[in-house]
Design a binder for this molecule. Structure first.
Ligand SMILES: Cc1cc2nc3c(=O)[nH]c(=O)nc-3n(C[C@H](O)[C@H](O)[C@H](O)COP(=O)(O)O)c2cc1C
Length: 209
């Protein structure tokens, strides 16, 4: 399986318009290729105690709608945090390409609606299994636990049981309003920022790295 999208420094180093196109191509590639570094991102939310961050799998990239999305459990802390403050960021880093992309925007929670339904239909059985845990993710336990019933730990449960996870399954879609690009290079790094308003790119600017 291909895990890298080869990008050429000459095509983007000093070309801010190409960088913007490349950002969406890299994210799209990351979504499609599970071996790509950008298949995962690091989601930051606001919490009352500390800044909150965790890994999530990139599940949707839409350059036209200017959205990126991931799946999660409706009962998770991140959903509570997004409900309290819907400003979120997702950070991606491709180690070989030396590219970091930070997307920030508004997180929209889709649970038991048309959008989550469409995503659920496209979700593979082994991924659906994540949503059948009895207790909410993050619940304390007095013994080591997977959260699954014993009989579901190794075997994939039947369709009916898998489908019981639907009510926990949640699609979070971020309406992107800012993107930051950082490219590391020994001759000098490059950093750029893009502002998006109402699905349109309204500002692009170089930053000192
Ligand atoms: C490689 C990797 C991918 C992950 N993907 C997801 C994901 O797509 N959605 C998700 O909710 N949690 C995912 N997790 C688990 C989260 O990082 C996190 O531990 C969990 O969702 C609980 O987060 P919260 O308590 O802040 O809500 C992933 C973890 C790893 C290591």
């Amino acid at each position: 399986m291909i895990s890298k999208m080869k990008i050429d420094k000459a095509d983007h180093y000093d070309d801010i318009d190409n960088i913007y196109q490349l950002i969406w191509k890299l994210l799209e590639f990351g979504k499609k290729n599970s071996n790509s570094d950008m298949h995962q991102g690091y989601l930051a939310t606001h919490s009352a105690r500390y800044p909150s961050i965790r890994t999530v799998v990139l599940r949707g990239v839409d350059k036209v709608k200017q959205t990126i999305s991931f799946h999660t459990d409706f009962r998770s802390e991140k959903i509570k945090e997004i409900n309290q403050n819907n400003k979120i960021s997702l950070l991606f880093y491709d180690h070989d390409q030396k590219v970091q992309i930070k997307c920030s925007g508004i997180g929209l929670i889709n649970n038991k609606n048309d959008n989550s339904d469409k995503s659920w239909q496209r979700t593979q059985s082994f991924s659906k299994k994540c949503y059948i845990v009895d207790k909410a993710p993050g619940s304390t336990s007095d013994k080591p636990t997977s959260g699954y019933k014993k009989e579901h730990e190794i075997e994939l449960p039947n369709e009916e049981i898998l489908n019981s996870g639907y009510e926990n399954f949640t699609l979070v879609s971020m309406e992107v309003s800012e993107i930051e690009w950082l490219y590391l290079h020994r001759h000098g790094h490059r950093r750029a920022k893009f502002i998006i308003n109402n699905k349109d790119l309204v500002k692009k600017v170089w930053l000192t790295p």
